[in-house]
Design a protein around this ligand. Sequence first.
Ligand code: ZN
Length: 256
Amino acid sequence: MAAEIRLVPCLSDNYAVILRDPASGAVILIDAPEAAPIERALDAEKWKLTHILVTHHHGDHVQGIPALKQKYRPTVIGPKEAANGGMLDQTVGDRDTVKVGSLEARVLETPGHTAGHIIYIFEREKLLFAGDTLFAIGCGRAIERPAAVLWNSLLKFRDLAGDTKMYCGHEYTLANARFAVTVDPKNAALKARLAAVEKLRAANKPTLPSTMAEERATNPFLRADDPAIAEAVGMKGADAAAVFTEIRERKNSFRG
Ligand SMILES: [Zn+2]
């Protein structure tokens, strides 16, 4: 039986994801921006939370943990950087495997947005939980590590199967798409995706999950080594990390 998934909007633009393993009844939450909407989603299904997987230490990904811990006593797993305050029961790092019931996630370290950010890849279910490293048509800000380090981290996503479903920490897709067309103006797949995203958001619907095939085709932050993007930003022949740094900086000041 396939894992069951619920996408839970939290705060103003965050997402938490709940994943249930029908074989064992285990219920996994990926990131905890806010307890109340997560509790409502669990209660609606009569699911009991057994595990929380954390991607990084930012408050809008962990601040729901204390209340959820008190109510459900889940096992909380995450990167070392989120261990302050005793919220984690177990820390994991690069190439570790997390096993919950019949589900198994591969952990990869993707520094950049934070120094110790991790992502979870459920290979068999073809699910990716990217936190704030990769966004739909975008990526997180390089806050704790230079943009070149974030670029190296993003390269780790490019090998994932095209039909991998990608979940990320925020609903930033429309703003990301509007920016993306400014640095990849000749990309027809991107233009089509922008139109689709505009429609979804106008109907107040989530744009997640996307697929890794869509991201590879339309996300400029996965395509900084594409000569068309280098040319569009006036950096023909520059190396990919430099192009990536330029487009990350342009995005920081983009008001579209
Ligand atoms: Zn963050």
